[in-house]
Write a protein that binds this ligand. Sequence first.
Ligand code: SF4
Length: 305
Amino acid sequence: MTEHFTEYEHCTLCPRNCGVNRYEKVGFCGESASLSIDSFLLHFGEEPPITHRHGSGTVFFNGCSLRCPYCQNMQISQQPVRPNVYTMEDFVSGLERLIEQGAENLNFVTPDHYLPHIIEAVKVLRKNGVDIPTVYNCSGYDTLDNLKAAAEVIDIFLFDYKYADRECAAYCGTPNYPDVVTKGLDFILKKKGNLKLNDDGKAISGTIVRHLVLPTFTENSVEVLNNLYFDYGNDITLSIMAQYDPKYLKPGLDRLNRRLTFAEYEEVVSLADNLGFHNAYIQDLPAEQDEYTPDFTEKSNFGKF
Ligand code: SF4
């Protein structure tokens, strides 16, 4: 199996476009060319057709090229590089273990900065006769080149559309996100199409567009939904998420320093309903909101309308 990837020698795998040699130093994503993985686990908190019966076989990569200031996985995405380094052989073995445990799919979380490793691993599995669906679970801050390469080996895209509003994108530290995400999403929706399920209700291919509603920024969510509606109609599969948590919020971002209110989430969900989106996963926002912090192993609380 290949252990050396030329893509890391002058890295342009994400829109940060650092151009660094990751065999010598880390880029903005915080990762070198060594494959650094936080964990492999069966995840029961994804949308129902992704979790399905036995859980999504999820790989949490360390590092991130987007680095949202409120990331709920901050300890994975933005901490100094940790020494969980995997060879290709160990990576493939980890994926095989997930399959043995009953994983419904292989779900690569924050995958863009390790895409060469992922492509290689999936090709090895396919060559060995493994036909489990693969999932690219991304921030939406991806280059077209990366998405084109990913689309060759990935079946399902969980594609974030975080910010359409420029003020919101800038407040969250990535002013050019709205321009980047629309190009990538357009490519993926045309290439992979809408989410497709098998007769058992399990996702086998296509796209879920995910949007996390942020406190005090409902105008951003309104713009996201309007853009999606006008560009793609109301048949696309949406996931409107309510799980924002300021637990790890970086200092000085007062607008984001609380959880979402029921009224804010309702406003966004009602708009989706009024626009006629009929394939939308939504989350319960319980009254005891202070306790609402899904962890990696929590059962999915997604409903649908
Ligand atoms: S993947 Fe990392 S090193 Fe490569 S361009 Fe993006 S931030 Fe820079």
